[in-house]
Write a protein that binds this ligand. Structure first.
Ligand SMILES: Nc1ncnc2c1ncn2[C@@H]1O[C@H](COP(=O)(O)OP(=O)(O)O)[C@@H](O)[C@H]1O
Ligand SMILES: [Mg+2]
Length: 265
């Protein structure tokens, strides 16, 4: 796979409608979108405009009714759930509004856990967790469980978890919605800083003015469509450091190759 493809995300004519009984709730009405590597893109719009649905389709969490979704040069359309899960693990990081941390694990175990899912050894997972907790400014809180952390600190753990696997893209859905405005501003500046230092692409759905103000590029969604007006575009800054990318152990790589081979033949 070519990691330097010009467009990291290409979306064409995306449609998605939810049905509750026989009542349709159209969520996406023909979305076209292209995202370059290294962007800090904010998708703004009123509640119910389709932001989460769009992010979930890009993150291989939901399937659109029609249209094409290419992420990292791969067409996600025809893939089964296993392959989509594997793709998420290798290429994407997620930050949710409600943090979604595992309550019985400490902050560092929460971060290390996703690295373990990637097949890395426990020692390396812990090293990564410590490194990324340090990068998000809470290295000293690694041994606390989520209920011993504030909302802002929990979201920092979630950001560390999203980055620890070396993703191409971080998808964040209303990341500042559950914290006060000062904490929200700090969080978005942290993400901006990580984007500049590590070159990780960020896609953030939000209607928080502080997030909108921080956008490298701003898109507005209305009634499931991206609006042409009100778009400011600033090209992404030159990339700085490269986000460390985990290498799977040999047996894990061979197992994946074998699975890929069986899928194709
Ligand atoms: N699971 C669902 N069942 C029914 N309707 C849904 C579901 N998820 C989203 N919708 C509808 O789809 C539209 C877009 O929702 P969503 O993507 O969550 O918007 P946003 O994130 O901008 O608030 C809304 O009208 C919403 O009610
Ligand atoms: Mg939403």
């Amino acid at each position: 796979m070519n990691r330097d493809k010009r467009h990291l995300i290409e979306v064409r004519e995306l449609y998605k409608c939810y049905w509750v009984g026989s009542v349709p709730y159209p969520a996406l009405n023909g979305v076209d979108l292209r995202v370059q590597r290294g962007e800090f893109l904010v998708i703004a719009g009123r509640s119910g405009s389709g932001k989460s649905t769009l992010l979930n389709c890009l993150g291989a969490l939901e399937r659109p009714d029609s249209g094409q979704v290419r992420v990292c040069g791969e067409d996600l359309g025809a893939w089964d759930d296993d392959r989509r899960a594997d793709f998420r693990l290798r290429h994407l990081g997620f930050v949710f509004q409600a943090y979604n941390l595992i309550r019985v694990l400490s902050a560092r175990e929460n971060v290390a856990y996703v690295c373990q899912l990637q097949g890395l050894h426990r020692g390396e997972c812990m090293e990564r967790a410590d490194y990324w907790l340090e990068q998000v400014g809470i290295g000293y809180l690694g041994y606390r469980r989520p209920d011993q952390l504030s909302g802002g600190q929990q979201q920092r753990v979630a950001v560390a978890r999203a980055l620890a696997t070396g993703p191409d893209i971080v998808l964040a859905d209303e990341p500042t919605a559950n914290v006060d405005s000062k904490t929200g501003r700090d969080l978005i500046h942290l993400m901006q800083d990580l984007n500049r230092r590590f070159g990780t692409t960020f896609l953030i759905a939000s209607h928080d003015p502080a997030v909108i103000q921080a956008a490298g590029r701003l898109l507005r969604v209305e009634d499931g469509r991206i609006q042409g007006g009100g778009v400011t575009y600033r090209p992404p800054r030159p990339l700085g450091l490269v986000c460390p990318r985990p290498r799977r152990p040999l047996w894990e790589r061979l197992r994946l190759k074998w699975r890929e081979h069986r899928r194709r033949h």
